[in-house]
Structure formats: C-alpha cells, structure tokens
Ligand binder design. Structure first.
Ligand code: FES
Ligand code: FES
Length: 136
C-alpha cells in the first residue's frame, strides 16, 4: 500500500519521540494497544501551572500510520489546554495524513492515547491537590 507524503514525512522524521518520567505529577501517560494488529502506542503530555500542555512525547511500536498519527498528535497537543486536547478527533488525523480505510484504526489509537494521557493526568492532579490535602 502506498503511504501518503505526510505519513512518510512523519515516519522518516518523527517529531517528539521519547518519554517523560511517569511519576512526575505534571505528566500524564497513556498507553493503548490496537486489537486489530497488536501495535502499542505510548503518549505523554507535560502540563504547566496554567493547565496548558507545554510538551508531548510518544513511543509507538507499530506501523507507519501509527507512528505518523502519534507524531502528528504530539505536534497538535503542544500549546493546547486540556479541554482542547480532548477535542482532537481521529478523523482530523485521518484527513491530515490522508489515511486509507484500513489504516483508520491507527489514528483511533492516537485519539485513544491522548484521552488516556489526559485521564491519567487528571486523576493525578486530583489526588495531589494541596487543597484537598489541607485539613481545615
Ligand atoms: Fe500493525 Fe502492521 S499491522 S504494524
Ligand atoms: Fe495497526 Fe497501524 S496501528 S496497522
């Protein structure tokens, strides 16, 4: 199957590959797998004090479309609020990368990884809230 130029570009020069310390309270981590093919994607966000995603990283063990989808997702995440990040849709990734129908699930993996990372970050920030921990 022919990959689009944009997929090849991200595949050949993936943006933001790497990881942050999972234990960092400012970091949210999402790890998801695709039942269709067994590929695994890890996506992490780093959130600043204003609630803005200042950095994002990924590691994907998978096909070119999955790598391109996660690479693109990390680019889109930077500078977004948590709510804006939650609005990123796999269909936007499909459109941007011109993914064919059999590769749509690769973009779903990226959307799921974003949602999982947001959820992880939110659950951490709730338990770590200084207000909740201070006895009155
Ligand atoms: Fe996932 Fe090809 S099926 S890498
Ligand atoms: Fe399964 Fe791309 S993630 S083929």
């Amino acid at each position: 199957m022919a990959y689009s130029d944009k997929v090849l570009d991200h595949y050949n020069a993936p943006r933001n590959v790497g990881s942050f310390d999972k234990a960092d309270p400012h970091v949210g981590t999402g790890v998801v797998g695709a039942p269709e093919c067994g590929d695994v994607m890890k996506l992490q966000i780093k959130v600043n004090a204003e609630g803005v995603i200042e950095d994002a990283k990924f590691k994907t063990f998978g096909c070119g479309s999955a790598i391109a989808s996660s690479s693109l997702a990390t680019e889109w995440l930077k500078g977004k609020s948590l709510d804006e990040a939650g609005d990123i849709k796999n269909t936007e990734i499909v459109k941007e990368l011109s993914l064919p129908p059999v590769k749509v699930h690769c973009s779903v993996l990226a959307e799921d990884a974003i949602k999982a990372a947001l959820k992880d970050y939110k659950s951490k920030s709730e338990t770590e809230s200084p207000l909740a921990a201070t006895p009155s």
